[in-house]
Design a protein. Structure first.
Length: 388
C-alpha cells in the first residue's frame, strides 16, 4: 500500500474546473468543441474574417437553395407536404417562414396593382373623351401629382366657391354692380368647369348634394361639406349629437377615409395576411373533420394548407407581375380554374382517397372556404376600419 503523502496542490481530473459556455453559462464537455446543452461552438473571444464570411455564405446559399427548391416543388400537387411528413424536413424552409415570405411579396405586388387600378379609374373618363394609349403614362403621372383629382380636395374647392359667393353678397351695395357680378360669375363658371372636368361623374354627383352622407348602421347623418372642412371629427360628433360609441367610431374613421382613402386601402391590404392565416387555422379544423377516419393530427392538415396557400400566392404574385407588362385579360379565368384543379389534385394525392370522395370533400372544402373567407375578410375590414 502506498502511504506516501498526497500533495494538496495536486487535483484529480474530477476536481478540475470545467469551462463555462459563453452562450448558456453551463459547463462545457471535457472533450469536444461544442456545448452539450445549447450546441454552440467553444468561443475564444475572436472571430476570424474567414470564419464569419464562411458562415454568412453558408446561411445565404442554404436558405436560397431551400427557397428555390420549395418554390417550384410547391406547384407539384402535395409534393412538399408528402416530403415534409416523410421526414425530409431539412430540404425545405419552415412552412411559417416561407408563407410569410411569399405573403410579403404578394402584398407588395398587390398593393402596386391596386394603386395603379385606383389611378386608372380617375383617368378613365379622359380616355373615353379621345385619349390614346400613348398618353396613358403622362395621364397617370398627372393623377399622381394633381391633388385636384382627390375627392376631399373637390369638397374643399366647393366650400371655397360658396365662401366666395357669400363674400360677394356681403359687399356694400355700391360694389355689387352688374359688371362685377358678371365678372365673378364668369370666373366661377370657368373654374367650376375646369374642376369638374378633372373628376368623374360620380364625384360630380356627390358634390352636387352639398353634404356627405354617413351611414351609422341604424341611421344616416348628413354632414354639410362646409362642416366637413371647417370642423374636426370630435367637433362634428358634438355638433351633430352623436351619442353612441359605434356612431362616434364610424364618424371619425369615415371622415378619415374620405380625407385619406389610400391609407384605408393600404391598411386593409395589410390585414389580408392575418385574414388568410386565420382562415388556414379554421380550415385545418374543417379538414380534420373531413378526414377523421384517417386519424391524422391537426397539424398535418394545417401544414398542407400552408403549403397550398404558399404555392397559390406565389403563382398569383408572379402572374400579377407579368400582367403589369403583358395584360392577361381573359386568361385570369383559366388561372382561377387552375387553382380549383390544383387543390383537387393536392387533396387526392395527399389523402389518397378515391376520386368520388375526394371530389365530394373538395366541393365541401370550397363551399366552407368561400363562407369563411367572406366572414374573416369582413371582420378584418371592420377591425381595420375601427383602429387604422
Amino acid at each position: 500500500m502506498d502511504l506516501s503523502p498526497i500533495d494538496p496542490n495536486e487535483k484529480t481530473a474530477a476536481e478540475e474546473p470545467r469551462e463555462l459556455c459563453s452562450n448558456c453559462s453551463k459547463k462545457m464537455a471535457k472533450k469536444g468543441s461544442f456545448c452539450p446543452h445549447c450546441g454552440q461552438k467553444r468561443f475564444e473571444g475572436r472571430i476570424p474574417l474567414k470564419s464569419l464570411t464562411k458562415k454568412f455564405l453558408y446561411k445565404v446559399t442554404n436558405l436560397d437553395s431551400q427557397l428555390l427548391r420549395m418554390s417550384w416543388r410547391l406547384w407539384i400537387p402535395a409534393r412538399v407536404s408528402l416530403d415534409y411528413f416523410a421526414g425530409k424536413i431539412k430540404q425545405y424552409p419552415h412552412p411559417f417562414q416561407f408563407f410569410f415570405v411569399v405573403m410579403f411579396f404578394f402584398l407588395l405586388v398587390f398593393n402596386k396593382v391596386t394603386n395603379n387600378g385606383i389611378e386608372g379609374f380617375h383617368i378613365s373618363m379622359s380616355d373615353e373623351q379621345g385619349g390614346t394609349p400613348t398618353n396613358q403614362a403622362k395621364k397617370m403621372e398627372q393623377v399622381k401629382n394633381d391633388p385636384s383629382l382627390d375627392f376631399y380636395a373637390q369638397i374643399e374647392r366647393a366650400v371655397l366657391m360658396g365662401q366666395i359667393m357669400r363674400a360677394y353678397d356681403s359687399l356694400p351695395p355700391r360694389l355689387q354692380t352688374p359688371a362685377v357680378h358678371e365678372s365673378l360669375k364668369i370666373i366661377l363658371d370657368q373654374t367650376h368647369k375646369r374642376w369638374a372636368s378633372q373628376v368623374d361623374s360620380t364625384f360630380g354627383e356627390q358634390l352636387a348634394k352639398d353634404s356627405l352622407h354617413m351611414n351609422l348602421v341604424n341611421r344616416t347623418v348628413k354632414i354639410a361639406y362646409t362642416d366637413v372642412v371647417e370642423y374636426t371629427p370630435d367637433e362634428l360628433i358634438a355638433r351633430y349629437e352623436i351619442k353612441d360609441w359605434l356612431g362616434k367610431i364610424l364618424i371619425r374613421q369615415g371622415l378619415r377615409s374620405v380625407k385619406n382613402p389610400q391609407e384605408l386601402i393600404t391598411a386593409c391590404i395589410g390585414s389580408f395576411t392575418w385574414t388568410i392565416l386565420a382562415l388556414v387555422i379554421a380550415m385545418a379544423g374543417v379538414m380534420y373533420l373531413f378526414y377523421w377516419p384517417q386519424k391524422r393530427y391537426y397539424v398535418e392538415h394545417f401544414v398542407v394548407l400552408l403549403h397550398l396557400h404558399s404555392g397559390v400566392l406565389l403563382a398569383l404574385t408572379i402572374l400579377m407581375g407579368l400582367d403589369h407588362f403583358f395584360p392577361l385579360g381573359d386568361l385570369w379565368g383559366f388561372v382561377g380554374l387552375g387553382i380549383f384543379v390544383f387543390t383537387w389534385l393536392t387533396m387526392k394525392r395527399f389523402y389518397g382517397q378515391n376520386w368520388f370522395w375526394t371530389s365530394l370533400k373538395w366541393f365541401g372544402f370550397f363551399l366552407v372556404y368561400g363562407i369563411g373567407f367572406a366572414v374573416f375578410f369582413l371582420l378584418g375590414i371592420l377591425v381595420v376600419f375601427a383602429v387604422f
